[in-house]
Design a protein around this ligand. Structure first.
Ligand SMILES: Cc1cc2nc3c(=O)[nH]c(=O)nc-3n(C[C@H](O)[C@H](O)[C@H](O)COP(=O)(O)O)c2cc1C
Length: 191
């Protein structure tokens, strides 16, 4: 089964984006995918901004990214675009770090006016990194998030169903492309 890296690009320690990403990761793991996670906010800031991939934590993150067959990139919408944290991480990676990979862009945001932020803001960045395919972007509006006394308390049922749909579509794409990449070996018929 393919390995999928779930990347959280929110700087918040109590992040809705991170939680939504966790739900997507659980769904993918439920289909038998090996899912690893990476919270960019845990990387050392100066080294991240300096793109110092010789730092052990950044080197580890870059290696996780490289060995993944697919990545889910999750970000809060900030100023109508992706977070600077996610962009800094993508900028630190090699130019064609998405080569051969399938990508699911995921965002949470407070305004429906910015429902297309992933498509007009992040998608061009991703395309410059030569992905194999980019799945349909998924935006979670704040109205679809339930909040409890401790913050995030889950998604509203219709939002949860849409997240499952988007995640399943992505998983189908990953599986079909990964299977297609495996060369078929024909055995000679027995004499
Ligand atoms: C600095 C800042 C800028 C924001 N800008 C936008 C924006 O332009 N459009 C939008 O829809 N939401 C915007 N938001 C709202 C966040 O996208 C939203 O609250 C998101 O769910 C936060 O995710 P988090 O809990 O992972 O930090 C902004 C929030 C912050 C803190």
């Amino acid at each position: 089964m393919p390995t999928i890296l779930a990347v959280s690009g929110s700087p918040s320690p109590v992040s809705s984006t991170h939680q939504v990403l966790g739900l997507a990761a659980d769904r993918l793991a439920g289909r038998g995918h090996r899912v690893e996670t990476l919270a960019v906010r845990t990387l050392p800031a100066a080294e991240l901004l300096g793109a110092d991939l010789s730092h052990p934590q950044l080197a580890h993150a870059a290696a996780q990214f490289e060995r993944a067959d697919a990545v889910v990139l999750a970000t809060p919408v900030y100023k109508a675009g992706c977070s600077g944290l996610l962009k800094a991480f993508l900028d630190a990676l090699p130019q064609f770090a998405l080569a051969g990979k399938v990508v699911l862009p995921l965002a949470t945001g407070g305004s429906l006016a910015h429902v297309l932020a992933l498509d007009y803001g992040l998608r061009p960045v991703l395309m410059s990194m030569k992905p194999r395919a980019v799945s349909e972007s998924f935006f979670v509006h704040a109205g679809g998030i339930r909040k409890g006394p401790c913050g995030f308390a889950g998604l509203e049922p219709d939002t949860q169903a849409l997240l499952h749909e988007a995640t399943d579509h992505f998983a189908d794409l990953v599986e079909s492309l990964t299977e297609a990449a495996v060369p078929t070996v024909r055995l000679a018929p027995a004499a």
